[in-house]
Design a protein around this ligand. Structure first.
Ligand SMILES: C[S@@+](CC[C@H](N)C(=O)[O-])C[C@H]1O[C@@H](n2cnc3c(N)ncnc32)[C@H](O)[C@@H]1O
Length: 435
């Protein structure tokens, strides 16, 4: 593809994403490329990168387009991205909008003028409203400020950069050193992640799913922060564990490894499709102490298992505000109503799962959210409603699980963030049933 044709394809992809605003952008992108199999892998990456760049900076790009009197549609957003993010010159942009069968139609005089004006400006401008300057939706600013305080600008900036690719080494099959060596033999260079004792970070963007190391179950893709949730769960060989919101078993796999395949782990979820996705992964990883349970309305499973688990992990459904560097479209799709609905669901799940925990056992509540309403407020509410539980400080839970240095946090909770820890934004609270 020529550079112009790539720009035309990026405009078409952004327009498709905009046509289904409630659908995750990667699902729309998969359909887009499936319908255009003639686009090779290099071109596909370039087109997707431009579209993702637009999504990531959309709030600021839209502000700039308003200033120069252009609509914030796909074509104009891509123009603005070219000059404001990639710093193309107006002449260069003019050449890209070349017209003809495969290229975007030529710019009109208004667009020419607007592109020239934007080329003289910076992406983040002092006169922008604060939320836009920080690239945050308006509604989220107070919660982000409450969470990060003076670190907000640095954290917001770290959320603008795309996330690295982290792997979790499967200790049921290998060691971190051996997995790194196996990957290096296949040309994939990695370095140990700073906090997780099982983590490897990929230095370049090599496709990992095609490697033998992945097919053999030596590694799984998992952000370092997610690995740390499994770590503070503190599951040991022989324990009975419930992974209550297991999805496709991302954390079940990690927890099963800490249990050395001994004891029992039940992966529960309300989604049959997600639980189905766990089957292949559990097999590939060599996990044989896990069973799956589909939670259905009126299910008596929770009542029958009352007080039976040493560890109950609640990796709760949440806004995913901690993953905005990975899913930039979510930053535009999430609404205050979502926060309210999810907080109500988290409250309900916490109250339900409290009953599963054995005396002396622990409930681990985790989210990939930044918002205090889904995290600290949720846990404080739970502790007030359930006096039989008390908080285990993060540093203690960490020290019981590993000898490696503990990541710095303020207060008793595990609160991770892109700027401070290089992970997505995560929260975890370890709550012990005393009686
Ligand atoms: C954050 S995701 C879990 C991700 C998973 N633990 C992993 O590591 O890959 C939250 C999960 O909660 C599930 N869920 C939503 N409502 C639920 C409920 N009421 N009870 C149990 N699971 C629920 C969703 O289907 C989703 O799979």
């Amino acid at each position: 593809m020529t550079p112009s044709a790539r720009v035309a394809a990026a405009i078409a992809l952004v327009a498709d994403i905009d046509a289904t605003p409630r659908r995750p952008a990667d699902a729309t992108a998969n359909d887009f490329f499936r319908g255009r199999r003639y686009i090779g892998s290099g071109d596909r990456r370039a087109v997707a990168e431009r579209a993702w760049g637009v999504l990531r900076q959309r709030l600021r790009l839209t502000w700039h387009l308003e200033q120069v009197g252009l609509p914030g549609r796909a074509r104009q957003l891509v123009m603005a991205h070219l000059v404001l993010v990639d710093r193309w010159t107006p002449q260069g942009v003019d050449q890209l909008f070349a017209g003809g069968r495969f290229n975007p139609p030529p710019m009109d005089p208004g667009e020419h003028q607007a592109v020239a004006t934007m080329a003289s400006r910076k992406l983040a401008m002092p006169e922008m409203p604060e939320a836009i300057r920080l690239n945050l939706p308006d509604w989220a600013l107070p919660s982000f400020r409450a969470r990060f305080g003076d670190d907000l600008p640095a954290e917001a900036e770290a959320m603008d950069v795309s996330a690295p690719l982290d792997l979790r080494v499967n200790l049921l099959r290998t060691t971190r050193e051996a997995a790194a060596a196996a990957l290096a033999e296949e040309g994939v260079l990695t370095e140990p992640t700073p906090w997780s004792p099982w983590g490897l970070r990929i230095a370049d963007r090599r496709p990992i799913l095609a490697t033998k190391a992945f097919a053999d179950g030596l590694v799984e893709i998992q952000d370092e922060g997610s690995q740390l949730i499994a770590l503070v769960t503190g599951a040991k060989p022989g324990m009975r564990v419930a992974d209550y919101c297991a999805g496709a078993a991302g954390k079940t796999l990690a927890v099963a490894a800490t249990m050395a395949n001994k004891g029992r782990i039940v992966a529960c979820d309300v989604s049959a499709t997600r639980l189905e996705g766990a089957v292949k992964r559990l097999r590939r990883a060599g996990v044989d102490n896990a069973e799956r349970h589909l939670l259905e309305p009126g299910d008596r499973w929770v009542k029958r298992r009352a007080g039976q688990f040493d560890r109950v992990l609640v990796d709760a459904p949440c806004t995913g505000t901690g993953t905005w560097r990975r899913n930039p479209d979510a930053r535009l799709r999430t609404t205050p109503r979502d926060v309210e609905e999810l907080a109500a669901k988290q409250h309900e799940i916490l109250d339900t799962t409290a009953g599963l925990v054995a005396k002396g056992g622990r409930l681990i509540y985790a989210t990939c959210s930044i918002l205090p309403e889904e995290n600290v407020a949720q846990v404080e509410g739970f502790l007030a409603r359930h006096p039989a539980f008390s908080a285990v400080p993060f540093a203690q839970a960490w020290g019981e699980a590993t000898e490696t240095p503990v990541p710095p946090v303020d207060g008793p909770w595990m609160q991770l963030s892109p700027h401070r820890h290089g992970t997505d934004g995560f929260f975890a609270a370890v709550l012990q049933r005393q009686s």
